[in-house]
Design a binder for this molecule. Structure first.
Ligand code: ADP
Length: 425
């Protein structure tokens, strides 16, 4: 029966009771009394239905009470809503179970922390990697259980842009990478990954490049020595040999530059953890660099614009090599008549070193890749300029190890601006 139909039936029932009890009362001379009795019986029936409903709602697993009319309809409606609710809860629960089991089966350790750093949940891999136990450790502050000082510092600092790599406290030969993200208004999601193999491979790669470069230096020095001796002999008076000697000289020089850059890159990568740092006076360094360039590039103009006297905390040699690479590139990739401007200034919270040229510029699609090792925009041009293809890789590495950011603004045919942004300490 429809809702309107049920209400009509209920009203008819009320009317029937009123008419029947009124008629009975009129017949017996007790109209008011009979009406009261009739209404009381009806109220009693409704109260009974309410009591049945309450009993059923206390234990909704039971089937709803059997009833016709408006009460039956109310039971059906409540029952339908309950079933929908149960289905929705079931679906939600299975989604939660699904997500949990996928997190639980991840190879990376996963920890969920509340805003106050207390463990809410952890997966099996976290137990294996970190020696935690769930649910035993639920409710424990994470800093009480993971006692690595570097992790404490990282977690309390709250800057999670870069992951943290540290030796595992339970197995120092294992390197763990920790990544933290915040979610749900401040809770923490922590991923712990065993990166021992990756770190070892990276170390092997560095050692290999370093060793090969080192080993190649000796034969190259011998070769260069003999070449110089031969060049001063009569044999090289012959123009054919002279040309060949010139070529050999140039290639030996290129190889020497390459080995120097490779060795330097592998050195700065290796010592990045415990390099010597001091307050580097950038103004003095730029002056020194300009003097050096005046003698190595006497026909070029390098303008140094100093707008700040502030120093930078870092390694002098590394910073100098980065700035010198940028300036030499600016000279290499611009016309002889164009000056190169080197600027040291404060921009908001950062100290910025920029090298600006009005040279060939770089096409948009190459900009993101020029800091890769050996990436060159134009091979033919580079063969002429004699670069190693490692200059910007060195600059990028030095920037990263000094917490600075390298930005490149360039327009083809108009020039480039390479800037190092040092955050204020
Ligand atoms: P290279 O030794 O070839 O100069 P770098 O790593 O220093 O190697 O630079 C990579 C490439 O980026 C260069 O080959 C060049 O194509 C481009 N590049 C670097 N600096 C500039 C600049 N100031 N203007 C235009 N192109 C540049």
């Amino acid at each position: 029966m429809s809702l309107a139909g049920s209400w009509r039936a209920e009203l008819r029932k009320l009317l029937l009771v009123l008419v029947a009890s009124g008629a009975l009362g009129w017949g017996t001379g007790y109209t008011l009394e009979m009406l009261c009795i009739g209404l009381s019986v009806l109220t009693g029936i409704w109260l009974w239905q309410l009591w049945l409903m309450r009993r059923w709602l206390e234990d909704p697993e039971q089937a709803p009470p059997e009833s016709a009319g408006i009460w039956g309809l109310v039971y059906d409606t409540i029952y339908g809503l309950q079933r929908e609710n149960r289905d929705a809860r079931g679906r939600l629960q299975s989604t939660v179970d699904y997500l949990r089991s996928s997190f639980a089966s991840m190879r990376d350790g996963v920890l969920i922390l509340t805003q106050s750093g207390v463990i809410e949940w952890s997966n099996n891999a976290a137990e294996r990697l970190l020696g935690l136990q769930y649910p035993r450790d639920r409710g424990q502050p994470v800093l009480n259980l993971l006692r690595w000082p570097a992790f404490h510092e990282y977690f309390l600092k709250g800057d999670f842009q870069q992951p943290l790599q540290i030796p595992n406290a339970t197995n120092v030969r294992q390197i763990i990478q920790i990544e933290i993200t915040t979610f749900a208004g401040g809770d923490f999601l922590l991923f712990f990954r065993d990166v021992t193999r990756v770190v070892q491979m990276e170390q092997m790669r560095r050692d290999f490049v370093g060793n090969v470069s080192h080993e190649l230096r000796t034969p190259l020095t011998v070769f260069k020595g003999y070449l110089e001796t031969l060049e001063s002999s009569e044999l090289f008076d012959d123009p054919r040999f002279r040309k060949a000697a010139g070529q050999m000289d140039m290639q030996v020089q290129r190889m020497e530059n390459l080995l120097t850059d490779l060795l330097w890159l592998s050195r700065i990568e290796t010592v990045s953890e415990d390099r010597e740092t001091s307050a580097v006076n950038m103004v003095a360094m730029l002056e020194e660099l300009r003097e050096e360039l005046d003698s190595s590039h006497p026909d070029r103009l390098v303008v140094v614009e100093v707008q700040s006297e502030e120093t930078v905390l870092g390694n002098y040699r590394e910073l100098r090599s980065a700035v010198s690479n940028l300036v030499i590139n600016a000279l290499k990739y611009s016309d002889d008549q164009e000056p190169v401007v080197v600027r040291w200034e404060r921009e908001g919270d950062a100290l910025v070193l920029s090298v600006v040229d009005s040279g060939v510029g770089i096409e948009e699609q190459h900009i993101a890749r020029v800091t890769e090792r050996f990436y060159r925009v134009d091979e033919s041009r580079n063969a002429r300029t004699g670069g190693t293809g490692l200059g910007l890789a060195i600059v990028k590495h030095v920037a990263a190890s000094h917490g600075a950011e390298l930005t490149i603004d360039s327009e083809l045919g108009r020039g480039s601006r390479f800037s190092l942004h040092f955050p204020q300490l």
